[in-house]
Write a protein that binds this ligand. Sequence first.
Ligand code: URP
Ligand code: ZN
Ligand code: ZN
Length: 485
Amino acid sequence: MSLLIRNGRIVTAVDDYLGDLLVDGERIALIGQSLDVTADRVLDAAGRLVIPGGIDPHTHFDMPFGGTMSSDDFETGTRAAAFGGTTTIIDFANQPRGRSPLEGLDTWHAKAAGKASIDYGFHMILTDMPAERLPELERLAQEGVTSYKLFMAYPGVLYADDATLYRAFRQAGENGTMVSMHAENGIVIDEIVKLAKAEGKLAPRWHAHTRPTRMEAEAVNRAIAIAEVADVPLYIVHLASADALEPIRWARARGIDVMAETCPQYLLLDDSVYDRPDFEGAKWVMTPALRDKSNQDSLWRGLALGDIFAIATDHCPFNMKDQKVLGREDFTRIPNGAPGVENRMALIYSAGVLGGRITLNQFVQLTSTSAARTFGMFPRKGTIAVGSDADIVIFNPDRKETISVTRPHTHHMNVDYSAYEGFEVQGWPEIVLSRGQVIVEDGQWYGQAGAGRFIKRARYGDLLRAEPRSDRVRSEGRQSGLAAR
Ligand code: URP
Ligand code: ZN
Ligand code: ZN
């Protein structure tokens, strides 16, 4: 099957030109002007952007949390992602505490198999890492799981102490893999939470009041120091505050290999939502919590200047009706997380590009290319180039929509509310291709559960280092940036 996309404005992280693009089978076969070729199908993309499919490197499908499971599984979650213009996700598999992370990997493979309609990879959440388990990290890397997430938050649940961090960081560095970090000082936060509860402060707003930005900044700073000593590249997930951006800027200026992602919720929503009546604030109980609006400018600036590297969603949905309500009488029992995998591309184009915060090339970089490069999938994913997978979005930059759970063509996630209810956006993914197949067109679904493939990701590539680390870098085991097929 071949497909010719004519007259589009082809935009990558670095290019921007009018052209035609031929897809042959699963890959991009030819790019040029007025291509003299025939194809099984021709799409006219005049007036449209032709961009690489979005990559969301932070989702939680079918994940156990707070006594329940996130409400999107790999079928509903990847389908919603595709409707929103995202064609690859990296989800988080959990190491069962006290057991092998390889068991966790098997569990997540079983969750995704036969369900995912777009390609996917896994990071591994490490919940403990005694010395005798360290060789399992290399086995994970050989299985294509080349990044790990550890938590400085959630004591007693996912929390890892500093010794565990150091052991895991060191081994990950040795293996040429990378670590990502949920950076909040969970130990201090738990003390603040205890005090709040003792004073009867139990409404959703106290979730935010008990998680100061300084505790995010402290953890980011500590994670950077441990990563520097352990000699491993570090990726801070869901960066939420200006305070926490400071140590990242400082470290990057010193040439330390630290990257960060932020999420649309921290750029576009603020903590005033927690004051809404009738428990509505529970919709946005996520960790880190939404911050004071004054943080948003710093985060946008961080994106524009390259200190923040990528925009993910941390999609972790729970229904209000029977899940968030678990914390009706006590905010600490509200399952943490919010939906967003479907909304990212339209929100960021609209607020970021049209809002004058980032350029069109940066939009592609932040929503696709960075994740592909950082997480070992480039150039197979994350760009429009001959030989790359034909994961392509035909994006209408003029189309206006209002995002709402009551407007089904804007909401395919399996959750009973939208975190962006009533948001007006301009710019919409109209046609979405996954490895050459049209899976979304005119609001209709043509994808197939099970068509998505697991991506064995390469180890952290040489391309990505903030600067050559010469004698500090252990080169054994490292590969180039190309993902193993
Ligand atoms: O509230 C959130 N973010 N839930 C998902 C787990 C995590 O910390 O990323
Ligand atoms: Zn987290
Ligand atoms: Zn998360």
